[in-house]
Design a protein around this ligand. Structure first.
Ligand SMILES: CC(C)(COP(=O)(O)OP(=O)(O)OC[C@H]1O[C@@H](n2cnc3c(N)ncnc32)[C@H](O)[C@@H]1OP(=O)(O)O)[C@@H](O)C(=O)NCCC(=O)NCCS
Length: 164
């Protein structure tokens, strides 16, 4: 991770961020989505203050961003996140550094739970999240269709030990 900086995800990173998103989508085990959104839709859905890029000499290596899960007061401190790393930058701790930045920013803002749904076939994502302190809640069976195929989703969450 020498030389890699974690910074706020800004509009100037949009093209690279969405390209990395599409590369992850195309691999088939990251999300039910089949097409990365336009920047405007991405920007609208992601919470300000909880979106980061890993940069190496101006190149985006990966990104993380969180969205609200509900507008009900009880869930005001619960968010859902996505993390994507460029195929050429994997296995170097980039996702871990991005998750650490998200955990720090959310805890500082009083957000107590980060959740995510991960395909059981996505071994790398399950490993990264386990290392970052997420626990598995269970598996939703055949919860949605992806390219016409029913897929299971493992639900994970990280409850902050310091937000109370
Ligand atoms: C999942 C993903 C984000 C991981 O990014 P990464 O930068 O390669 O992960 P890191 O290098 O930070 O790895 C963090 C930990 O997970 C482990 N890990 C990473 N990939 C792994 C794999 N394929 N199998 C087992 N463990 C793995 C690492 O060994 C590391 O553990 P350590 O801290 O004990 O050394 C990346 O593979 C990716 O972008 N995939 C496509 C998009 C996607 O699936 N996103 C998640 C959607 S839920």
């Amino acid at each position: 991770m020498t030389g890699v900086r974690i910074e706020e995800l800004l509009p100037e990173h949009a093209e690279q961020v969405l390209g990395i998103y599409q590369a992850g989508i195309d691999e088939g085990n990251a999300t039910f989505e089949t097409q990365a959104p336009e920047w405007a839709a991405f920007d609208k859905a992601k919470l300000p203050g909880h979106r980061f890029v890993a940069l190496d000499d101006g190149a985006v290596l990966g990104w993380v961003a969180a969205s609200a899960v509900s507008d009900r007061c009880a869930y005001a401190g619960v968010v859902e996140h996505s993390v994507y790393v460029h195929p050429a930058a994997r296995g170097r701790g980039v996702a871990r550094a991005l998750l650490d930045a998200l955990i720090t920013s959310t805890e500082a803002a009083g957000i107590w739970t980060i959740q995510s749904g991960i395909f059981p076939e996505n071994a790398a994502s399950l490993a990264v999240h386990a290392r970052a302190g997420f626990r598995v809640l269970g598996t939703r069976e055949r919860i949605g269709r992806h390219h016409g195929v029913w897929r299971d989703v493992v639900l994970l969450e990280r409850r902050s030990p310091i937000v109370s």
